[in-house]
Design a protein around this ligand. Sequence first.
Ligand code: NAP
Ligand code: G4F
Length: 366
Amino acid sequence: MARKHGREGRGVVQKALITGITGQDGSYLAELLLEQKYAVWGVVRRSSTSPMERIEHILDRVTVVQGDITDLSSMIRLVEEIQPDEVYNLAAQSFVPTSWQQPILTGHTTALGVTNLLEAIRVVNRKIRFYQASSSEMFGKVQEVPQTERTPFYPRSPYGVAKLYGHWITVNYRESYGLHASSGILFNHESPRRGLEFVTRKVSNGVARIAMGLDKKLKLGNLDARRDWGYAGDYVEAMWRMLQADSPGDYVVATGKAHSVRDLVKVAFARVNLEWERYVEIDPRFVRPAEVDYLIGDSSLARDKLGWEPAVDFEGLVHRMVDHDLALLRSPEGSRNDHLPRIRPGSLEEPPSRIAPSRARGRILS
Ligand code: NAP
Ligand code: G4F
């Protein structure tokens, strides 16, 4: 049975530690926990530029602490100092194409990083509740439609393989040490805060730029891939609910509806009354070495046991994102700076796939 509210109602302020607080999900989760009257700490890694864009509006209400998920000593230090009631591990190298370019870094961060945090909890206080951000990418070449908690995994990228390690080590620490450690197998979830390299935001931003006359074309990869896309604001609530349940578990979190990248493009261009066929071009640089063709989740368990359900549907999500990017470009900052926001050719969204060796040589595939 899920607790409906944090323990603040019982006179004790709950303490939460979030890794990945500067990311899309971290920012929404921090907002949710603040609403629930938690004291929130967020782990931020040292950088020469500020990564605080998504949490600037709540910086006065969260405590930012320095650490890196790949560094066990900083994880132990933070857990020891803060003594959180709940730890949410959202930190990861989360962009699938980058995982082919930096497979070892992806393994250190997205896989072994999970063990660092679990070790910190095991050593410091086994009563701390733990959430692991697992992923539908673990289903990869899907063995069953729709995917449930019992569907066998078949990852198709170094990222998917790393997430699978993170998933199983969470299950293992639960079973080995009795930790309240839960794994949310979340399907794709998006928002206006999504990174520009992911396809939904690339499309919403591209459509807004074309509607404003700033770009002429939008270059994409595989339009046939299908995803079960939901809204990030809805999905962080499922994370929280998992840690309020009496016992830990694994939960698929999904809308149960799949759409193709082509559908996404159609809905996004229709929002600004443009015909997508005139603007979209296929660019083989964005086709992946191994694709995940079709993800669709069955979240019956999360609905039954956690009382969770999504509120925003696919069209609502795409409209929200396109409207946001249009407003951003029309804002004083956007109209002054043609560079805002824009994905530059040769930027991190390009996978190394299908690039002929002669072209790849001498290029920085960052
Ligand atoms: P995101 O926007 O890419 O955020 C990733 C976060 O991890 C950022 O705050 C990043 O910090 C931090 N990070 C990366 N490497 C780190 C390190 N070595 N030490 C500490 N922090 C580090 O990802 P998201 O979309 O919010 O997703 C959150 C989590 O859910 C990720 O684990 C992702 O793999 C997983 N997930 C996401 C989805 C989805 O559809 N969004 C679906 C399933 C699972 P910087 O700001 O410094 O880069
Ligand atoms: O938006 P994407 O890059 O997301 P992807 O690979 O599904 O991964 C996201 O969801 C996972 C959950 O399943 C998370 F675990 C992961 O961290 C991340 O948040 O690509 C979605 C689909 C792919 O099939 C891709 O091939 O869109 C296709 N696509 C087509 N053209 C493109 C493009 N993707 C990107 N990024 N850029 C394109 O130009």
